[in-house]
Design a binder for this molecule. Structure first.
Ligand code: TXA
Ligand code: MG
Length: 336
């Protein structure tokens, strides 16, 4: 199959919507990362996503809507707090896990009786959904296990020959996937941190807790509230390490490594004295989130064997950066 690159104009949006209506898979831009979209209500179409990505069948997909009214068509027993959160943060990078109606096939929800729903802020994404007039299941548009793509070219690198079309909407602004939350009475549980952070959610809810799976490697027998958290994730071929230390100790550590093809990834406002290759990941957490997945892919482009990252802050959006980096590093966190 040839993979066509479509522009995010009327013609491109119409072509993408038509393909989606006929049960095809199309990669679409969103404000977080690119998504691999198909009709969420069509089992055969959704199965094509799992094949294109090589994704485990028990990892549920997020369903994307263009209008808050679609929520009641897809979900049931929606608590008041969920409506409040949706009205406040949608359209935007936040996914709500809710009880699904039977209209959503089991393949979409990975066999669960809940489903993640999100209304993306990206205008092209919403136009495609409303033109196709169907909710779209869309995981990140990478091969399973690889870093999520934040540009159409990165989608092409993973999906060429596997899907009929990609809509090129430019670089994703946010750069990390949506915050995924579930509701437990009056408490909001963050299953996957993202751009909408705990501090933001506390404007709406009194209690916000961060699930254990966000910061820890879950034991094989642990209760997994978000199945995506148990898989190896976001990994380039290079081995990633996180060094939790001050700048000077990081510099000393890097300079003691006697190996070729090693790089150091540091903050934008720092300079270290080293003959190793240096990549800057940005100064503020928001900038680091924007750059992270592209840096992980560049590390492979440059054929580095190992990459040592300065440990990001865990505050605000920093928690999302730290959570993705921990998984990219297979939890190799070195405290100096
Ligand atoms: O920003 C995003 O969320 C992107 C764009 C394309 O919208 N999508 C995305 O999808 O990141 P994906 O499939 O790569 O990640 C979905 C995450 C997984 O960790 C999955 O386990 C979790 O959401 N999830 C989905 N449905 C769930 C459910 N019913 N219960 C718990 N976790 C769920
Ligand atoms: Mg993903």
């Amino acid at each position: 199959m040839t993979t066509k690159m479509l522009t995010a104009d009327n013609a491109g949006i119409n072509e993408a919507a038509l393909l989606l209506k006929t049960g095809e898979v199309v990669a679409i831009p969103t404000e977080t990362v690119y998504g691999l979209a198909a009709n969420a209500l069509d089992e055969a179409a959704v199965s094509k996503i799992f094949i294109a990505k090589g994704r485990p069948q028990d990892n549920p997909l997020i369903v994307h809507i263009s209008d808050i009214g679609m929520l009641d068509e897809l979900c049931t027993d929606i608590p008041d707090i969920a409506y409040k959160v949706a009205e406040h943060f949608w359209p935007g990078p936040l996914t709500l896990v809710l009880k699904k109606k039977s209209i959503i096939p089991s393949v979409t929800s990975g066999g669960l009786d809940t489903v993640g729903i999100r209304m993306p802020a990206d205008i092209t994404a919403r136009e495609i959904i409303s033109k196709a007039d169907i909710p779209l299941a869309a995981p990140s548009a990478n091969l399973s296990g690889s870093p999520s793509p934040t540009s159409a070219n990165r989608v092409f690198a993973d999906m060429e020959g596997r899907i009929p079309a990609i809509v090129d909407g430019g670089e994703s602004g946010v750069g990390v996937e949506s915050t995924v939350i579930a509701f437990e009475g009056d408490t909001i549980r963050i299953l996957r941190p993202g751009f909408v952070c705990k501090e933001d959610l506390l404007d709406i809810a009194e209690n916000v807790v961060i699930d254990d799976g966000v910061l820890k490697m879950l034991d094989a027998d642990a209760v997994v509230r978000s199945p995506g958290m148990k898989y190896k994730h976001y990994s380039p071929s290079a081995d990633i390490f996180i060094i939790d230390s001050d700048e000077k100790a990081f510099e000393n550590y890097i300079n003691k490594i006697d190996e070729e093809n090693v790089c150091a990834v540091i903050f934008g406002n720092e300079n270290i004295n080293t003959n190793k290759s240096v990549i800057k990941m940005g100064t503020e957490s928001v900038e680091m989130a924007h750059n992270l997945f592209e840096i992980l892919r560049k590390i492979d482009d440059e054929k580095f064997k190992k990459a040592y990252f300065r440990c990001p802050s865990r505050d605000g959006v920093g928690l999302a950066v730290y959570n993705r980096l921990l998984r990219a590093a297979a939890f190799r966190l070195i405290r100096l």
